[in-house]
Design a protein around this ligand. Structure first.
Ligand code: ZN
Length: 441
């Protein structure tokens, strides 16, 4: 999956790159008034130079604009977070000596250090998990609001103050340690939310035109969702879904893929993927995931269609004749990808987290992953995109800024939910239309 929720993975697919903000264009124009040096003008047309000075001063003040109300609010909330951390720090210094004396086993649960992040690097594979049960995928809207965050931080401050007060009169240590752990965990989550706001609220201000377009899609998603929940006309729902899909995640055929027509109307799509992974068990599990999700779907079976994933093993010492990176080494993924010459599709290791580029490659991280999620990533190699929209409600000038809105699950299939979605009739017909020969009567 490629969103950025609060679990840290999302930034990779955010595609804000196109619009220069109004402020910026304006500043560049203002800057261009500096072509005449001030001392030169002073000797001749003093009134002109004063005018120029006024312009310069005005533009400088406009440039160092007042922080928006939400930025001030954000600062306040950071301060609130620091207060909670200080409280927890104090609680920690009171609890540690007691735990050391009474129940040292609990000591490891009292760490203030951030949780150890999972090791990543070249040659490290994720554990492959079993699939969760399949479930219908419904569009889902998630809100990220600074006002909500303020409420949670206030609650958390109260809760740690209460914990601090409870310590002296409580004889049982374990429940106190559990409360400490819980508070710390909550605080880290709230902190991730604060980081999220800092990034996206700023982006909404800076890339106003881009987000206005995104908001049109948010409106479309809402319209579709209302129809779905009120059992509206299926044709209208399908039409809106199609529109959303076209505008957020159009299918992009991968060059070189071609369906083979076998006897009795059977269709096979062979897909060759280069890989430097030598763990056959992993490759087998991956292939099994693709098989289950694609070839064994009822849609594929109805069309007598299947996908044949073929691994082309490329030895690491072929990629790196001067010495293969050690296991766990940190590598530059883009450079690593270019070493797979003559490979249009690639599966390889070494990324900080699992991510795919449509019609190009899958980079593996080391977080456990289900077979179905691997099939979702494989779907990207076939040309399917993730469909999601990030827009906002409210005003950037409001006391809390805007509420960021994320829509996921817009396609009711494996690409809409990598954990529980299924390969749909639409996905199979898309593949047949893109990679098959049109049947001639
Ligand atoms: Zn994806």
């Amino acid at each position: 999956m490629d969103f950025w929720g609060h679990n840290g993975e999302y930034f990779s697919h955010c595609s804000i790159h196109m619009n220069i903000s109004r402020n910026r264009i304006w500043w560049r124009r203002a800057g261009s008034t500096e072509v005449c040096p001030v001392p030169f003008l002073l000797g001749y047309k003093w009134h002109l130079s004063i005018l120029l000075l006024i312009i310069l001063v005005l533009s400088a003040t406009a440039h160092t604009a007042q922080p928006l109300p939400w930025e001030e609010k954000h600062q306040q909330l950071l301060h609130q977070r620091d207060l909670i951390f200080e409280q927890l720090d104090e609680i920690h210094s009171v609890l540690v000596p007691r735990v050391q004396e009474e129940d040292p086993v609990l000591l490891k649960r009292l760490s203030l250090d951030p949780p150890q992040s999972r090791a990543t690097g070249y040659g490290l594979l994720p554990e492959v998990k079993d699939n969760a049960p399949q479930a219908p995928v419904a569009p889902k809207q998630t809100f990220y609001s600074l006002k909500w965050l303020e409420g949670r931080l206030n609650e958390e401050l109260e809760s740690v103050e209460k914990l601090a007060n409870d310590i002296p009169g409580t004889t049982k240590l374990e429940p106190l340690v559990a409360r400490f752990e819980q508070s710390l965990k909550k605080l880290r989550n709230l902190e991730n939310n604060l980081t999220y706001h800092k990034y996206w609220q700023k982006a909404v201000v800076q890339y106003a035109a881009y987000f206005r377009k995104k908001n049109e899609l948010v409106a479309l998603a809402r319209e579709m969702n209302t129809l779905i929940t009120n059992s509206g006309p299926p044709e209208k729902i399908a039409e809106l879904r199609q529109q959303l899909l076209q505008r957020t995640a159009p299918f992009r055929p991968t060059r070189g893929l071609q369906i083979l027509n076998l006897e009795e109307g059977e269709m096979v799509l062979p897909v060759t993927v280069c890989t430097d992974i030598e763990n056959l068990e992993f490759l087998h599990a991956f292939k099994e995931g693709v098989q289950e999700a694609f070839s064994l779907s009822s849609a594929a079976q109805t069309h007598r269609f299947s996908v044949d994933l073929i691994w082309r093993l490329i030895r690491a010492d072929t990629l790196y004749p001067d010495g293969v990176p050690v296991r766990g080494a940190s590598i530059v993924m883009s450079a690593h990808r270019t070493l797979f010459t003559n490979c249009s599709l690639v599966l390889t290791t070494g990324a900080p987290s699992l991510n795919a580029l449509v019609g190009n490659r899958i980079f593996l991280g080391t977080r456990p992953v289900s077979r179905r999620t691997l099939a979702h990533e494989f779907g990207h190699l076939l040309g399917f995109e993730d469909a999601y929209v990030r827009g906002y409600d409210g005003e950037t000038s409001g006391p809390y800024g805007v509420v960021i809105v994320e829509w996921t699950g817009l396609t009711a299939d494996l690409m809409g939910d990598s954990g529980r979605g299924r390969v749909s009739e639409e996905m199979i017909t898309t593949l047949i239309n893109a990679y098959g020969e049109l049947a001639v009567e």
